[in-house]
Design a protein around this ligand. Structure first.
Ligand code: LFR
Length: 467
């Protein structure tokens, strides 16, 4: 018997999906109803999101969902840190900036010089990344901030458009670098020091909260009736980590996609001189947990290269598996952050500058990036074991990148840990099962019972250093 049906809207940096989840007999079935492309829109040297285009796709997906029987709820998740500013009338003010936009160059450095790393980190526990909301807001003009009534993170903005209720869901709030995980509220002192009005920030709400019914306009557009808007963990990484199919202790995760988020789950934030020195982040998770993790540049580098090569990904990874390991890069070098058709050249230049040979073919460049991601993952795992004070035996790799057998094996080899790969659709599964009201342990059991996992054992157990 079907217990409930829910719709998850998963907005990723390169594509979005509207998916139907059916919870039945302790299992979750996920059906993708609508896929659409996403990406930065370059205008006059800056990069923006096409938020209205995304909204149109969401409405289209919801309309498709209306023929599937009664849908209990809808929830949106997306990447973190980006936001829209809304005026008093509720209208969106201006464009939504893309976190890879060049306009942020140098802002983080200015803010860090003004406030000090210790003050920012002790109040937030969040890693210093140049695109954090804190720096994006610091880059807004005083006039813009004056006109704005509310700041809404991307999923919160879509929830506002779906049902008219404005909140900030906690997991995504924590990525702003002006949320205090110790108090569970906004880091008012930081905002004050930067003249950012606290009044911009809506109340913080929990994943699982029922925001209300769809607005009459959305009902008219989509034909969905009796459907509620229920918050998932709106930060995609939070929903993905909620769906890590782990049991007990001694595990870490890699949420593998455009980014690789490498971390452990802790019961408390770890904010110390060591975690600051390692630039580890403490993002809020589901059920009061903390994601102690680090961002690794991820498959983004290969995705950008493949914008030029236009190769079939499965073929590219198969060819990369046939190439011997060779040069490596530091994937977290900021040179790899912006988009650009010169990404293959950036990889080659980085290799040459560190005294290595330059990878030549797409397969060699791909192999170089995958080797480097695996090495970086293994290094971070070592740090997490030390800082978190726990031994890690198993690495759970979830998300789209968990389909790349070569990368899973390289992570197992570089870390000496057993890698358990899957589910591919962790973000959607986490989103849907949070809407269904499952507590974390039950949620993870349901994920285990609903998908196939693959295990990769380490062939070697050495951690080398990335250049
Ligand atoms: C992954 C992700 C990461 C966040 C990055 C930028 O999709 O949400 O967790 O650091 O995107 O928002």
């Amino acid at each position: 018997m079907v217990t409930s049906r829910h719709i998850a809207i998963d907005l990723g940096a390169s594509s979005g999906r509207v998916a139907l989840g059916t919870v039945e007999g302790g299992k979750l079935k996920v059906e993708i109803l609508h896929r659409f492309p996403n990406g930065g829109v370059p205008v006059r040297g800056q990069l923006y999101w096409d938020i209205l285009g995304l909204w149109r796709e969401v409405l289209h997906g919801l309309k498709l969902a209306s023929s599937y029987g009664q849908i209990a709820s809808i929830g949106v998740n997306s990447w973190a840190v980006d936001y829209g500013l809304v005026g008093k009338s509720g209208d969106l003010l201006g464009q939504v900036h893309h976190y890879r936009s060049p306009c942020l160059g140098g802002v983080m450095e200015q803010v860090r010089a003004q406030l000090t790393d210790e003050a920012i980190y002790s109040a937030t526990g969040i890693q210093f990344l140049p695109f954090n909301t804190l720096y994006q807001l610091a880059a807004e003009s005083p006039e813009t901030l004056k006109r704005a009534d509310k700041l809404l993170m991307i999923p919160d903005l879509l929830h506002f458009w779906l049902c008219g209720v404005a909140v900030t869901e906690r997991t995504n709030a924590s990525t702003t670098q002006f949320y205090n995980p110790q108090t569970g509220g906004w880091a008012a002192d930081l905002l004050d020091a930067l003249d950012i009005p606290l009044s911009l920030l809506p109340p913080i709400a929990e994943a699982g909260a029922d925001l209300g019914a769809l607005s009459p306009e959305v009902v008219r557009e989509t034909q969905l009736t009796g459907t509620r808007v229920v918050l998932p963990a709106t930060h995609d990484t939070a929903s993905a980590v909620a769906a890590v199919p782990a049991e007990g202790q001694g595990w870490a995760y890699v949420s593998s996609g455009t980014w690789s988020l490498v971390g452990i789950e802790t019961s408390q934030p770890i904010i110390s001189a060591r975690s600051l020195a390692e630039n580890l982040t403490n993002e809020a998770g589901v059920g009061g947990t903390t994601r102690l993790l680090k961002n690794v540049m991820g498959l983004w580098i290969i995705q950008q290269c493949n914008e030029v090569w236009k190769l079939d990904y499965a073929d590219l990874y198969a060819q990369a598996a046939g190439v011997a390991s060779g040069p490596t890069i530091d994937p977290d070098d900021v040179r790899f952050l912006p988009p650009g058709a010169d990404m293959p050249l950036r990889v080659q230049t980085s290799c040459v500058q560190s005294g290595q040979r330059s990878p030549q073919t797409p397969a060699e460049i791909t192999r170089c990036v995958l080797d480097s991601l695996a090495l970086r993952t293994a290094q971070i795992l070592n740090t997490l074991e030390e800082v978190g004070g726990q031994r890690i035996d198993t690495m759970h790799v979830v998300g789209g990148g968990s389909q790349i057998a070569l990368l899973n094996q390289l992570i197992a080899d570089a870390s000496g840990k057993t890698v358990v790969a899957g589910p591919v659709e962790a973000t959607l599964m986490g989103n849907l099962l949070i809407q269904a009201g499952l507590p974390l342990t039950e949620l993870r059991r349901t994920v285990r019972d609903s998908c196939e996992l693959q295990t990769f054992s380490p062939k070697t157990a050495t951690v080398q250093s990335c250049r």
